[in-house]
Design a protein around this ligand. Structure first.
Ligand code: GUN
Length: 281
């Protein structure tokens, strides 16, 4: 049985430390989340972001916009928040409706307020190894989990399954910046299993329930499961077949309670950093 990498406990510790730090300041960090439309999963995530931010003593607001909001109207909201002194971090929950250009929206957010680290300036800084204003929350959380569990990254072969802008690409950059040898796989990758079998660190971010099986995993490997999938019975499962892979891996993140809680903790950490930057603290 592998060692469990418990994100829930670490995330609670991080949020608690942030809450303690915030008590020292006269002003409070401000986080505003924009949600468009009625995606039930997005609503759950946004509510959790708001309640956790409030628990940490932040000023937190959610702007709810209808599914048919125009590009221009959404951009106007961002322009207002960009200028608002009490707002340190702006997050536009993804995915956005098809008629909206996501790239234009993400580029509209001031890089210094981009808590998600999705602005091309922040992505670019990450790729060339400069410090971004913020690093994408889930990948940042994955690195924290590895570091907290004293898992060496340098010189290891890290295989990332999934090339999304939210997880796959930024986590690959973070691992590469820490001197891992990184292979990024995706839906068109040939011999996926054979590549995964070579991984010292395997990051699964494909969005397919129980996709990664035990015979894809090298004995003792570190397996990071980013997936959040619901089975027909309503059970939450990851992209990794936990039951069989946990018998073979050295370390594994559970779902739920692994990577998921870290995303929100890192969102708060990013907001706090931006707050300190804006207030010269
Ligand atoms: N949708 C799924 N994950 C994320 C995330 O990390 N940030 C935003 N803004 N939207 C998401």
């Amino acid at each position: 049985m592998s060692v469990l990498i418990k994100g829930k406990e670490l995330s609670e510790k991080i949020v608690e430390n942030i809450a303690q730090e915030v008590k020292n300041y006269e002003k409070k960090p401000g986080l505003t989340v924009i949600i468009v439309g009625d995606n039930p999963a997005s609503r759950v995530y946004v509510n959790k972001k708001k309640t956790t931010a409030e628990k940490a003593g932040f000023n937190s607001a959610v702007i709810e916009l209808p599914e048919d909001v125009s590009q221009q109207e959404l951009e106007t909201h961002i322009d207002v928040l960009n200028k608002e002194d009490t707002v340190d971090g702006i997050l536009v929950q993804l995915p956005l409706p098809k008629h909206i250009s996501t790239y234009d929206i993400l580029e509209r957010i001031k890089p210094e307020k981009d808590v998600d680290g999705f602005h091309p300036i922040n992505v670019g800084r990450l790729v060339i190894g400069l410090k971004p204003y913020a690093v994408s929350c889930t990948p940042f959380g994955i690195i924290k989990l590895l570091e907290e569990n004293n898992i060496e990254i340098e010189g290891k072969h890290a295989v990332v399954i999934g090339r999304s802008n939210i997880v796959g690409k930024p986590v690959a950059s973070l691992l590469l910046n820490r001197n891992a040898t990184v292979t990024v796989c995706h839906s068109k990758t040939a011999s996926l299993r054979r590549i995964c079998m070579q991984a010292d660190i395997l990051v699964a971010a494909v969005g397919i329930a129980k996709f990664v099986k035990a015979d894809w995993v090298k004995p003792g490997a570190v397996v990071i499961d980013v997936g959040i999938n619901r089975t027909e019975e309503g059970k939450l499962v990851g992209d990794v077949d936990f039951e069989e892979v946990s018998k073979k891996a050295g370390y594994i993140t559970p779902v739920p309670g692994g990577v998921g809680p870290m995303t929100i903790a890192m969102l708060l950490a990013n907001t706090l950093e931006l707050f300190k930057l804006h207030n010269n603290l």
